[in-house]
Design a protein around this ligand. Structure first.
Ligand SMILES: Cc1ncc(COP(=O)(O)O)c(C=O)c1O
Length: 404
């Protein structure tokens, strides 16, 4: 049976290219038009950036949207604009991309890691309260993989302790929690348009907010500290040039037209794949969380139990699944706090207090997700067909049979 596995030269279960990004001639045309016009820059070369910001704000149901060079900077702008001071603590999950925590250090603040919920892989609200101290100023919940965090619980904790909430919605374009778009619930919501994301212009980022003061500060920070009504060479805040180009803006506007339909398809395929995988002994799709109406499956995650696969390690299993033609990955190899940045305290000039010691941090649920459980299937596959989802389940069963 093992010889029949694709990794050993047997036939693949599925042989299909899942393209990403998906684009058409209309995307090419809008970018070509800007290229030919010579009006590439921002804000002095046209209104396409502002137009996209208005469209995205309307899409999310927020008063403001503000573009910037990437999702990391979006988080950074939001956190700094919230008025954090050196040494303030910011609560983050350890099952996320480095930017969620590294921007906290860049703002001279201290990331405090709070474990995730084993059923959703999102930050666990019950653990957040235990981590709050006099220095805590903000929480950055990550809607991991496009699944909404328990925002009612998080907002209630934030209100009780007077904390700001910055939603890391880098995976959450178009997904919803109780009818509200992810990113639109906290003080600010931050998106990434990097090339793997569900809405992309290669690179790019954006913050949505309903708070005018926050918007004005972020707008100044992304535009070298300039302020409304000020002169070109008049700088009020320690900002930088974080602006995007007109080419990116028109591409994003054009791509945004497909996002609703794509999100619905990902949601439907993800839900269907759940129904198939939950029938396989040793495979558990993540629970569908708390009240989210739409999951945008930036990543489709399932939990793997090697004891039902004759102790085949997750790493080996993932490689076999890739060979069978399922675009997947074993996910983060370690919790974020295990990165050399934290273990070796490579904080350079940043003002992190001496007593902060990440070598003692241990979040058991995240450790288990990284080392044993989590397998990621990439979002572009979720734009496939029902038959593709059936093939994914078939590939897992094929490996299981070979190892029983
Ligand atoms: C959860 C999360 N937050 C933030 C970011 C940062 O986005 P960017 O790569 O656009 O800076 C990413 C990027 O992968 C991410 O996955």
């Amino acid at each position: 049976m093992k010889q029949n596995l694709a990794i050993n030269g047997g036939p693949k279960t599925i042989d299909k290219n899942f393209n990403w990004p998906v684009y058409g001639e209309s995307d090419v045309d809008v970018v070509a038009e800007i290229v030919r016009s010579g009006n590439w820059g921002n804000p002095d070369c046209g209104d396409k950036v502002e137009a996209f910001e208005k469209e995205f704000a309307a899409f999310c149901g927020t008063r403001y949207a503000l573009t910037c060079v990437n999702g990391s900077v979006a988080l950074r702008l939001a956190l700094i604009a919230c008025g954090v001071k050196p040494g303030d603590e910011v609560i983050v999950p350890p099952y996320t991309f480095i930017a969620t925590a590294s921007i906290v250090i860049e703002a001279n603040c201290v990331p405090v890691f709070v474990d995730i919920d084993p059923d959703t892989y999102n930050i666990s609200p019950s653990q957040i309260e235990k981590a709050i101290t006099k220095r805590t100023k903000a929480i950055i919940p990550v809607h991991f993989a496009g699944q909404a965090c328990d925002m009612d619980a998080i907002m209630a904790i934030a209100k009780k302790h007077n904390l700001r909430v910055i939603e890391d919605s880098a995976h959450g374009h178009g997904a919803e929690y109780k009818g509200k778009k992810l990113g639109s619930i906290g003080d600010a919501g931050c998106f990434s348009f990097q090339s793997s994301k569900n809405l992309t212009s290669g690179e790019g980022g954006l913050v949505v907010t309903n708070d005018e003061a926050l918007y004005d500060m972020m707008n100044s920070l992304r535009n070298v500290g300039r302020v409304k009504g000020g002169q070109w060479y008049e700088h009020h805040h320690a900002g930088c040039n974080y602006r995007i180009t007109q080419m990116q803006a028109v591409l994003l506007s054009s791509q945004l037209k497909n996002l609703k339909e794509q999100t619905a398809r990902r949601h439907e395929n993800g839900t269907y794949l759940n129904s198939l995988l939950e029938k396989i002994d040793g495979i558990k799709p993540l629970a569908r969380g708390v009240g989210e109406a739409i999951h945008c499956y930036h990543i489709y995650i399932f939990r793997y139990d090697k004891s039902k696969f004759n102790d085949l390690s997750k790493v080996e299993f993932s490689k076999m699944l890739v060979a069978e033609g399922v675009p997947c990955f074993m996910g983060y190899p370690e919790p974020l706090y295990k990165q050399p940045l934290f273990q070796e305290k490579n904080f350079m000039c940043y003002a992190i207090p001496e007593e902060v010691d990440y070598t003692k941090v241990y979040c058991p649920v995240t450790e288990k997700a990284c080392h044993e459980e989590a397998v990621w299937i990439f979002q572009n596959t979720m734009l496939g067909t029902k038959e593709d989802m059936e093939k994914f389940a078939e590939a897992i069963l094929k490996i299981q049979k070979a190892y029983l």
